[in-house]
Design a protein around this ligand. Structure first.
Ligand code: BDR
Ligand code: CA
Length: 315
């Protein structure tokens, strides 16, 4: 199974993704060698403490260092997403402090160290702004050749943006870093809103999770409540979009997705469009063309929802 190094901004859907990854670890289907956190939904220290809370609830902490990463984007002010994730990032549940602490190493340094320790093995899963990955690329120019695959939740192509008309939050929070990641010579899988939005879960799924009699399922349902309330007006019925977990699941089982293969750039200048992802759709690519990104344009929604519910109720 995949050897995950997870970079995130925990965050409610990031928390669901941690639980999904923990379920795979417990089943012996994946390794999780570390987590790094970045500004985004919340500040990176809050995100790291949330990560520890979730891993402790799942009973998966052994051998999983949690490193704090970049507190701000490369070239703009920091913004958080407290309206979607609560002031504590976990739906205003205000859980007690975790037992563990983040490690002293920074998240970008941890990426470089683990990539050097496990050359060619790591799946770098990123579901927050890409500042830590961008910083790691600047720290070690050989990083792209050391990583097996980079899987990113981010971007929007035909789908509208979720933070500006065209931009998706993870990319908009640090467009320069995202562009570095898409420019580097490594295999990137991008899971944009076009793929995540159709996977929205609704009453039946949420009620089945809420009714499951186990501490982890209750914990997940409790955290999801705030997110559901935030999403329901935009979906026009009760529901939530657990974006980040789709990226993790497509990393485990790529056959659940449908893909386009296109070079991707990030708009860095437009007044209305900064942070927008643009793919090169020309049949004759430009001369300076980048390595194509594998972009998820759809997925097996039923399989995603069934497997995520099975994972969250497996503890
Ligand atoms: C992304 O933004 C964050 O708020 C979510 O955690 C997800 O990673 C969706 O645009
Ligand atoms: Ca996230």
């Amino acid at each position: 199974g995949p050897v995950f190094l997870y970079d995130c901004d925990t965050g409610i859907d990031d928390a669901m993704t941690l639980l999904y990854l923990a379920s795979l670890v417990r089943a012996g289907e994946a390794e999780l060698v570390g987590v790094g956190t970045v500004h985004g939904n919340v500040d990176p220290l809050t995100g790291a403490l949330n990560t520890l809370r979730v891993l402790e609830a799942a009973g998966v902490t052994e051998g999983v260092p949690v490193a704090v990463g970049a507190a701000r984007p490369m070239a703009q002010d920091v913004h958080y997403a407290l309206d979607w994730h609560g002031t504590d990032g976990l739906g205003d549940t205000h859980l007690p402090d975790p037992a563990g602490r983040p490690v002293a190493e920074s998240a970008p340094a941890q990426i470089v160290r683990l990539a050097r320790e496990r050359p060619g093995e790591l799946t770098l899963l990123a579901t927050g702004p890409l500042t830590n990955l961008g910083a790691a690329l600047l720290l070690d120019g050989e990083l792209p050749s050391l990583v097996r695959e980079v899987v990113v939740m981010g971007g929007a192509f035909d789908h509208p943006g979720n933070i500006t008309t065209h931009a998706e939050a993870n990319i908009w929070h640090d467009p320069e870093a995202a562009d570095l990641v898409f420019a580097a010579d490594w295999p990137v899988v991008l899971v944009p809103l076009d793929a995540t939005h159709p996977t929205a879960v609704h009453d039946d799924w949420l009620d089945r999770l809420g009714a499951h009699d186990s501490p982890v399922a209750r914990f997940a349902a409790r955290i999801l409540k705030f997110y559901e309330d935030a999403y329901t007006p935009t979906l026009k019925r009760r529901g939530a979009v657990i974006h980040d977990a789709l990226a993790a699941m497509l990393a485990v089982d790529p056959a659940l997705g449908e893909y386009a293969h296109r070079p991707v750039r990030v708009e860095l200048r437009g007044d209305l469009t900064r942070g927008t992802t643009v793919w090169d759709a020309r049949s004759l690519p430009a001369e300076d063309v980048r390595r194509p990104v594998r972009i998820a344009v759809g997925s097996d929604v039923r399989a995603f929802q069934d497997r995520l519910l099975a994972a969250l109720t497996s503890f």
